[in-house]
Design a protein around this ligand. Structure first.
Ligand code: G6P
Ligand code: MG
Length: 222
């Protein structure tokens, strides 16, 4: 029986992966860079500068560090303009219902997102209140390091092996699997998330009662 839930944000709770993608695509077009077919999958879960390297590919060598930072900040400004239009309608299916169930059952929730924009996204979606702890990506090594998931468990004061974590990215699943016995739920397509402990096509499909004590059972034990 698990005691806490840890969520990735983009592509798990919020329909924002498409906004990150749109902002990167615009940059790639401006720089006349190719857009290989697997780019979308490869970008998932990667922090900003690592994502830029994927976009630049071979051409990465041609840019100085300073230029790269300015390209990444160009993308980020566009992304921030896009997230201004987010509203609760941009929650992915099942996200609110699951978080409601967890809150009612007194299962604490933490966020483990690589995005430095995560607090703004939570605010725009109106879901900041669900979270007991938001791990700071600036203080953690990027996924696939387990760092940010361990920080999230630590923030909730729950042992990693008693936490269930949700991810849509291959690098994210690897991070969870490296996090001292944490259980990984892959959200999305089986082919990309093969190493997860369980895979659901959306949070709607996840049955919390199979993993956590329900409010009624928990009250009976207490
Ligand atoms: C998440 C997304 C990535 C994004 C990263 C950094 O992991 O899946 O696509 O690049 O966060 O986001 P940021 O908002 O800090 O640029
Ligand atoms: Mg994600």
């Amino acid at each position: 029986i698990y005691r806490a839930a840890i969520f990735d944000l983009d592509g798990v709770i919020a329909d924002t992966a498409r906004l990150h993608l749109a902002a990167w695509q615009q940059l790639a077009e401006e720089l006349k860079l190719p857009w290989p077919e697997d780019t979308e999958e490869r970008l998932k879960g990667l922090e900003r500068m690592a994502s830029l390297e994927v976009i630049l590919g071979e051409q990465g060598r041609k840019f100085s560090k300073k230029e790269k930072h300015s390209l990444a900040s160009r993308k980020n400004k566009r992304y921030q303009a896009l997230i201004r239009s987010l509203s609760p309608r941009d929650l992915l299916p099942g996200a609110r219902e699951l978080m409601d169930w967890l809150n009612k059952s007194e299962i604490p929730i933490a966020l483990a997102s690589a995005s430095k924009n995560a607090p703004a996204v939570l605010h725009a979606l109106g879901i900041s209140n669900y979270f007991s702890f938001i791990a700071d990506p600036e203080q953690s090594a990027p996924k696939p390091s387990a760092d940010i998931f361990l920080a999230a468990a630590h923030g909730l004061q729950v042992e990693p092996d008693l936490c269930v974590a949700f991810e849509d990215a291959c690098a994210g699943i690897a991070a969870i699997k490296a996090a001292e016995g944490m259980t990984a739920i892959g959200v999305g397509c089986k082919s990309a998330l093969g190493s997860a402990d369980y895979i659901v096509s959306s949070l709607e499909e996840f049955a919390p009662k199979d993993f956590f004590l329900s409010e009624i059972k928990a009250a009976a034990i207490r």
